[in-house]
Design a protein around this ligand. Structure first.
Ligand code: NAD
Length: 492
């Protein structure tokens, strides 16, 4: 891959140079090295992609599903053949470790696998004789041109929450990836170019707000998928809905785990440390708050302190390293000022990851694992998404108090419970108002055949990403009531 190259868009089956007035630098967060420049594509380039998609739509929807999925089988094969190279690019531009980058690509490929089941998944249903000699059928048809706007933290996986289902259902698809991490999808689209898909079925338009707004306002775009921060998710949802589009918009999070005194402490602390500090805390399912109940407090705090101090931080390409940098210098600054705010609000800094440097990577954007104790539940920090390797501890006397704190949060992406009590687990999963639940699991990421079910300010919409929800989102239902009068039917 040539460095410092200007990234191109992939529109109508062609790689095209953008006429953008502005290009942004793409940097390696571990080294600050310049990797490429990404165009902030103007609205008319979005229009070109939409027109190409619309032109392809009629032919693509008439292509039998059994033929459409053949492209996905080939796509899966190419992704697997190139997985190391793609993961390497993800680590370079996003900072996570190579193992984390490989893991996320695997989770993305699982969505390609599920979408190859579309001939079954897309089936409708029917009933004969809803009245004498009359039958009723429900068919699913694709919605048309659809688009996805994705965030920086999973450059390989999140676009694949949408693309495979969208095209398998017969839609034409446009991706607007995060301008912070455009290299992974640039490479994946080089593989897509080898699939031989009809021109215009998939397009890639790089850019920022102007490109997003152009998608939200375009009359030919019928559905919008979004993943990113809650304020932008809400904005995208409102604007898409006001323009008559269906929208599924996944937002931010403030994920909490509860640790009961009967939990297996060795396992719990290992899992929570991975959930909080893995991917440098830049997972929408990262644990940000741990509530210990009663006697769980002392041992959990001691073990987490050790785990935070011992975690090996550095370049994600170094196989020894367990945690990479955060995405930008601005992000590092924001995380460090939130840590300071937590301390000002009365929390005790057990482990302070600020103002750190990694030997050999002095220009990298590193924040080390940070542990804040006794965070006041009403403090601003307890309600703010940090999106960095920072875990705050809160201590309460019973599980009811802990569940109440979770239910008071404006977010509802994930909550987990660590316990050996089935009764406590059932109470937790029944009462907690959050969409993705983990029981003795620290990152409760649904498999591709289940929906990714954020609630409250973590999701705006009805149909979630992945699984059967994806089929609902990417299809219109059509009901046919049918009578065929004939001599034979009149006999009855
Ligand atoms: P972001 O909201 O800054 O950006 C997401 C996308 O929106 C990008 O493609 C960006 O170009 C675009 N965008 C940004 N500002 C915009 C604006 N004003 N108008 C129109 N478009 C705009 O998010 P990010 O920093 O890339 O990603 C991190 C966030 O994503 C975190 O809040 C994290 O919790 C969330 N996230 C959520 C999930 C989930 O499943 N709920 C998954 C991953 C990440």
């Amino acid at each position: 891959m040539t460095q410092h190259r200007q990234l191109m868009n992939y529109i109508g089956g062609q790689w095209t140079h953008s006429r953008a007035a502005e290009y942004l630098p793409v940097r390696n967060p571990a080294t600050d090295e310049l990797l490429a420049h990404v165009p902030l594509s103007p609205a008319d380039e979005v229009d070109t992609a939409v027109q190409a998609a619309q032109a392809a739509f009629d032919g693509w929807r008439r292509t039998p599903p059994t033929e459409r999925i053949q492209y996905l089988f080939k796509f899966k094969q190419l992704l697997e053949e190139h997985s190391e190279e793609i993961a390497h690019l993800t680590t370079q531009e996003c900072g996570k470790t190579l193992a984390e980058a490989q893991g996320e690509l695997l989770r993305g490929i699982e969505n390609v696998e599920v979408a190859t089941g579309i001939p079954s998944l897309m089936m409708g249903y029917n009933l004969e004789d809803i009245a004498s000699g009359i039958d009723e059928h429900m068919f699913r048809q694709p919605v048309g041109v659809v688009a996805a706007i994705t965030p920086f933290n999973f450059p390989g996986m999140i676009p694949l929450w949408f693309l495979p289902y969208a095209i398998a259902c017969g839609n034409c698809f446009i991706l607007k990836p995060s301008e912070k991490v455009p290299l992974t999808m640039a490479r994946v689209f080089e593989l897509i170019d080898q699939l031989g898909l009809p021109t215009g079925v998939v397009s890639l338009v790089n850019g920022g707000k102007e490109a997003v707004d152009a998608l939200l306002d375009h009359s030919l775009v019928r559905a919008i998928s979004f993943v990113g921060s809650s304020p932008v998710a809400k904005y995208v949802y409102s604007r898409a809905a006001a323009n008559g589009k269906r929208a599924q918009c996944q937002g931010g999070a403030k994920n909490t785990v509860i640790v009961l005194p009967d939990a297996d402490m060795e396992m719990t602390t290992r899992i929570v440390a991975d959930s909080s500090f893995g991917c440098a805390g830049q997972r929408c399912l990262a644990t940000s708050v741990a509530i210990t109940v009663g006697e769980a407090r002392t041992e959990f705090r001691e073990r987490l302190t050790d785990a935070a101090v011992q975690r090996k931080v550095g370049s994600g390409l170094d196989s020894e390293v367990e945690m990479g940098p955060v995405i930008t210098p601005e992000s590092k600054q924001r995380i460090e000022s939130l840590i300071a705010k937590g301390a000002r609000e009365g929390a005790e800094l057990l482990v302070d990851g600020r103002n750190t440097q990694v030997k050999g990577y002095e220009r990298g954007y590193f924040v080390r694992p940070t542990l804040l104790d006794n965070l006041a539940p009403q403090s601003e920090l307890a309600r703010t998404e940090i999106f960095g390797p920072v875990l705050s501890l809160i201590h309460v006397q019973d599980i009811d108090a802990a569940i109440e704190l979770i239910n008071a949060s404006p977010f509802g992406n994930m909550a987990c419970l660590f316990t050996s009590s089935g009764a406590a687990a059932r109470k937790f999963r029944y009462e907690v108002r959050v969409g993705n639940i983990g029981i003795n699991v620290g990152v409760a990421a649904p498999m591709a055949f289940f929906p990714f079910t954020g609630w409250k300010d973590s999701f705006f919409g009805d149909m979630h990403a992945q699984g059967r929800d994806a089929i609902e989102f990417y299809t219109e239902k059509k009901v046919v009531v049918e009578r065929w009068p004939c001599e034979w039917s009149r006999k009855f």
